[in-house]
Design a protein around this ligand. Structure first.
Ligand SMILES: [Mg+2]
Length: 287
């Protein structure tokens, strides 16, 4: 029996400009909202698991009827108002949150100097963070990881969270906010990268939440569109990939090879979540 669905926000539950009521092209679509309706009517818990910072997951989460949510790539998890950290050996202490502890090492400068013009802080969403340092650009993450390892930060990992959610113009009038970007113009579609403690992952947050709630592995599903999202397959009965994600993002295919419980949805953002929930509920009713 399905008891919980974990889903990414940008490119998975919400469409263009971060809108719940538009698809990826900016067309009005109610399928994301109907996915939530179907879940709530069936008593299935809904949990957003996003790379966004706390407040920008908490508020849409509240509007979706969620009582738990994970932010900053799973580094932070809130369940019924209580914080849980998936941050390895780093924890908020001495008045410093994990984000401050990471940045004080000089790793922003390390990466931006090495990958000159190919990576920068993901303004204006890089502020107010508690765990991960958020970048945008286009880099070889293996090279970045080696660089971190060589400079005493092997306890950190660089996470590829897929293409950035802020498309040039959104259905809600949202502007991409890349006006101040100093990225090399050769980068047509920048990706978002999180620099986080090694123990941080969306899968870790899903696993933590599932155990707190006492759900069995086969009672939960997850939905996402990035390589990091695919990792949630390890903590779910079935992982549903948003339709077209593998074709759009070359990092997704290799990530999928590590799992054998992935289904690919036909629909894009919003629709894919609807498909995942309704298909699972219907299968449950047949048995
Ligand atoms: Mg996404």
């Amino acid at each position: 029996m399905l008891r919980c669905v974990y889903f990414d926000l940008d490119g998975t539950m919400v469409g263009r400009g971060g809108s719940l009521l538009h698809d990826e092209h900016g067309n009005v679509s109610l399928l994301g909202a109907r996915a939530l309706e179907a879940a709530h009517r069936a008593g299935v818990e809904v949990v957003p698991v996003s790379g966004r910072r706390r407040d920008t997951v908490r508020e849409p989460g509240r509007a979706m009827g969620a009582t738990a949510y994970a932010f900053e790539c799973g580094g932070g998890l809130v369940v019924d108002g209580e914080d849980y950290w998936q941050t390895g050996d780093l924890f908020p202490e001495n008045g410093q949150n994990v984000h401050e502890q990471i940045t004080s090492r000089g790793v922003i400068e390390l990466l931006t100097h090495h990958f000159d013009g190919m990576i920068e802080l993901h303004t204006p969403w890089h502020v107010g963070r508690e765990v991960s340092v958020l970048f945008r650009g286009e880099i070889d993450t293996l090279v970045a990881q080696q660089l971190l390892n060589d400079h005493g930060s092997s306890d950190l990992r660089i996470v590829d969270n897929g293409f950035i959610g802020g498309l040039p113009t959104g259905g809600t009038g949202f502007q991409g906010g890349r006006g101040e970007s100093t990225l090399d113009p050769s980068i047509e579609s920048p990706r978002s990268y999180h620099l986080t403690p090694e123990g941080t992952s969306k899968a870790a947050a899903v696993d933590r939440h599932r155990r707190i709630r006492g759900y069995e592995l086969d009672e939960v599903i997850s939905v996402g569109d990035s390589a990091e999202d695919v990792g949630m397959a390890a903590a779910s009965g079935v992982f549903w990939l948003v339709g077209g994600a593998e074709e759009k993002d070359g990092a997704v295919g290799p990530a999928m090879l590590e799992h054998d419980n992935i289904r690919v949805a036909e629909g894009g953002p919003g629709e894919a979540v609807y498909e995942a929930i309704v298909t699972t509920l219907m299968a449950g009713n047949e048995t």
